[in-house]
Write a protein that binds this ligand. Structure first.
Ligand code: ACO
Ligand code: ZN
Length: 158
């Protein structure tokens, strides 16, 4: 199928649109300065998807230093997907998959060796998306979310 959307880096002019999508799609919401801080520190992994000139999805990430897994040894950089969402009218067209792939390229530019994220254990679309991209569940965090739901931590080598 013809791709109907395009990806580009987030710019500060996109802040309101992205915050609206975040509030509409997810219970985990953030203040404006949180979005701006991630954009300023990690511009290559804060990406928006546009369809007919309108933003329909975003991904924002940060790069952290932590203990390696997968036998990589020692301290490594890890790309952490902080938040990704696509408006209902933009779903099942490959937007999230494209956002993830673009953000993971940015993580590689930042020298990250793996990518990880937390997702609600009941979030079937999310878990299916990450599995399709080659992520595996590396652990379950009980009561991770403010409503006490559990999270899967899902990880993929970059
Ligand atoms: N049911 C089953 N599988 C799905 C679904 C679904 N509803 N949605 C996506 N997938 C899987 C499929 O394998 C799909 O491939 P296919 O369409 O060829 O079968 C693959 O993921 C890629 O789907 P995309 O079209 O790229 O995903 P989409 O653009 O629809 O966005 C997303 C998926 C982001 C999960 C969307 O449903 C959404 O915004 N949900 C609400 C917010 C959310 O849950 N965000 C993730 C929270 S976790 C985090 O932010 C780290
Ligand atoms: Zn997280």
């Amino acid at each position: 199928m013809q791709q109907t959307f395009n990806l580009r880096k987030f710019t500060p002019d996109d802040l309101q649109a992205v915050m609206q999508i975040n509030r509409y799609c997810l219970p985990e919401n953030y203040m404006d300065f949180f979005f701006m801080d991630l954009h300023q520190r990690f511009p290559e992994t804060f990406i928006v998807a546009e369809e007919n000139g309108k933003i329909v999805g975003y991904i924002m990430c940060r790069v952290e230093v932590g203990l390696a897994s997968f036998g990589l040894g020692g301290l490594i950089r890890k790309g952490h997907v902080v938040s990704i969402a696509v408006l209902p009218q933009g779903r099942r067209k490959g937007v999230a998959q494209a956002l993830m792939n673009r953000a993971m390229e940015g993580m590689r530019d930042y020298k990250a060796k793996l990518c990880y994220l937390e997702v609600r254990v009941t979030n079937d679309p999310g878990v299916a998306l990450y599995k399709k991209l080659g992520f595996e569940v590396s652990k379950t965090i009980h009561g991770y979310y403010s409503d006490n739901e559990d999270a899967y931590v899902m990880t993929k080598k970059l």
